[in-house]
Write a new protein. Structure first.
Length: 415
C-alpha cells in the first residue's frame, strides 16, 4: 500500500522532539546565505490541519511541513541524503514525542533550500535515522521532512491561514500592525511558548500554563497529563489515539475543556487531549511547556512572529468566532493505494458509536451513505463524522475479503 500522511485525520506530534543539538549547531560556524531584503510571499497548502510547502533541496523537489514546534529543519527520509548530496558531519540522539524513545539523527553539511521557488537559504539540517512520516511500515509518505522554526531566524514572518500565504519580512521592514495584539510569550530558541490561562471544568479557577505555538500539529490543544496535579481533568473523558510521534502511536485521554485565555482572547469549549507523560520524563524538555497549541486554533488568527525581537502577535480573522467541530464517530482514518482512494480505519475510540457498532481497525471502508468511496474525498468523510449528534451513518467495509454493513448514529462523547 502507498501511504500519504497528509491525508490522515489526526495530527502528527513531531513537535514532541527534544533536540540536544543546539550547541552542536552553534559549533558549526557557517553563516546562512538567504534571499534578499524585500518581503517575500510564500504560498502554502493547508491540508487536513497542516501547512505543506513545496521545496527544493539542492534542486531536488520535496514536500515539507512548516513546524514552529521544532527548532531545526529535518529530513525524515535518510535514503534521500545521497541523492541530495548531503554529507554527514556528526551523529546525535533525539527523543520522541513520548519523551522516552531515542533515535539517531545526523547533522549535515550546509544544503541549499528553496521554498516554492521564492525564498532561498543555505544551512545545515538534521537527518533522522527513521522516517517519522511512515506509520507502522504501512507504506511511503509524500512528506519528506519539516521546516523548523529557526529557518526564518532574524526575520518577521506572517502566517495568513485564510489566504494560505507565509510572508517573510526582512529585519527593519515596517509591517502593518493594524488589528494585531501582542501575546505574552517566551521564546525557547526560536520556538514561541505562550503564557496562557486555562479553565478545564466550568467550576474551576483559572491556572497559568505555558503552551507551545505549534504549526506542526493539527489538533486544537494538547496537554501533558502531569497537569492533573494542578487541576481536575475533564469530568468526562475517553481514551483514544492522540496521534503519531517519533516513538510510534501516542495514546492518552480526550475531553472537553471550558476555555483558554491568551492575552485578551478567550476561546470556549475546546476539545483537549492529554498525553500520558509523567513529570520525570517531561523534565527532559528544555522549555518546560505544559502543552501544545495547534492549527485548529491558530487558523482563527493571522499570526505574526518577530524572530528578531522575540515577539508574537495574533489578529483574529473571520473564523475566530466559529465553533470548532469535532469527530462524533470515534473513527480515525487514513488513505492508501496508488491513487490514495482506499480508506482504512486506523483507530477506534473504545465505547464510541463506531466501536459499539462493531467496526474494527484495519477495516477498509468501501462505501459511505450508499455511495462508493471513489466519489468521497477523505476530508469529506471526516467532515461527515463531525455533523450533528444523532445523524445516521452507514458504512460498508471490507474485512478479510468479505463485505459487511454497519450503521450507527453520531454521538457527542464529551458532554
Amino acid at each position: 500500500m502507498h501511504f500519504n500522511i497528509n491525508r490522515i485525520k489526526y495530527f502528527i506530534l513531531i513537535t514532541g522532539f527534544i533536540f540536544y543539538c543546539n550547541i552542536l549547531f552553534a559549533k558549526i560556524t557557517i553563516i546562512p546565505q538567504e534571499s534578499g531584503s524585500q518581503k517575500v510571499e510564500i504560498p502554502f497548502e493547508y491540508i487536513n490541519g497542516l501547512i505543506e510547502l513545496n521545496i527544493k533541496m539542492n534542486d531536488i523537489p520535496l514536500r515539507f511541513i512548516f513546524d514552529t514546534g521544532a527548532e531545526h529543519t529535518i529530513l525524515s527520509k535518510k535514503e534521500l541524503a545521497g541523492l541530495i548530496g548531503l554529507k554527514i558531519l556528526k551523529e546525535i540522539e533525539v527523543y520522541g514525542a513520548d519523551f522516552s524513545k531515542k533515535l539517531s539523527a545526523y547533522i549535515t553539511n550546509p544544503v541549499k533550500i528553496r521554498i516554492e521557488d521564492r525564498y532561498e537559504k543555505q544551512e545545515p539540517i538534521l537527518i533522522l535515522s527513521e522516517d517519522i512520516f511512515s506509520l507502522n511500515s504501512v507504506g511511503e509518505s509524500t512528506i519528506h521532512g519539516i521546516i523548523g522554526a529557526s529557518f526564518f531566524r532574524y526575520k518577521i514572518i506572517e502566517i495568513d491561514y485564510l489566504r494560505e500565504i507565509i510572508t517573510v519580512y526582512p529585519d527593519g521592514y515596517k509591517v502593518n500592525m493594524k488589528g494585531f495584539e501582542e501575546m505574552p510569550v517566551t521564546f525557547y530558541g526560536h520556538k514561541p511558548v505562550i503564557n496562557s490561562r486555562i479553565k478545564i471544568n466550568k467550576q474551576d479557577t483559572t491556572i497559568s500554563t505555558k503552551i507551545l505555538m505549534d504549526t506542526g500539529s493539527s489538533v486544537p490543544i494538547i496537554f501533558m497529563k502531569h497537569l492533573d496535579s494542578k487541576f481536575k481533568l475533564p469530568e468526562k473523558m475517553v481514551k483514544g489515539q492522540l496521534g503519531i510521534g517519533l516513538g510510534g502511536d501516542l495514546v492518552g485521554w480526550i475531553g472537553l475543556m471550558n476555555g483558554i485565555y491568551m492575552g485578551n482572547f478567550k476561546l470556549n469549549e475546546l476539545i483537549c487531549k492529554f498525553q500520558d507523560v509523567d513529570s520525570i520524563k517531561l523534565s527532559k524538555s528544555s522549555s518546560g511547556r505544559d502543552g501544545i497549541l495547534g492549527n485548529e486554533i491558530l487558523k482563527k488568527f493571522t499570526v505574526l512572529i518577530d524572530n528578531t525581537h522575540k515577539k508574537l502577535y495574533f489578529k483574529p480573522n473571520r473564523l475566530y468566532k466559529k465553533k470548532i467541530k469535532y469527530d462524533k464517530s470515534g473513527i480515525t482514518l487514513f488513505a492508501a493505494g496508488k491513487n490514495l482512494d482506499k480508506y482504512y480505519i486506523k483507530y477506534i475510540i473504545p465505547g464510541s458509536p463506531a466501536d459499539l457498532a462493531g467496526l474494527k481497525p484495519n477495516d477498509r471502508i468501501y462505501s459511505v451513505q450508499h455511495i462508493n468511496t471513489l466519489f468521497w474525498p477523505l476530508n469529506s468523510i471526516i467532515n461527515l463524522f463531525k455533523k450533528k449528534e444523532n445523524k445516521k451513518i452507514r458504512l460498508k467495509v471490507i474485512r478479510d475479503n468479505k463485505k459487511y454493513i454497519y450503521t450507527f448514529r453520531l454521538k457527542d462523547m464529551f458532554h
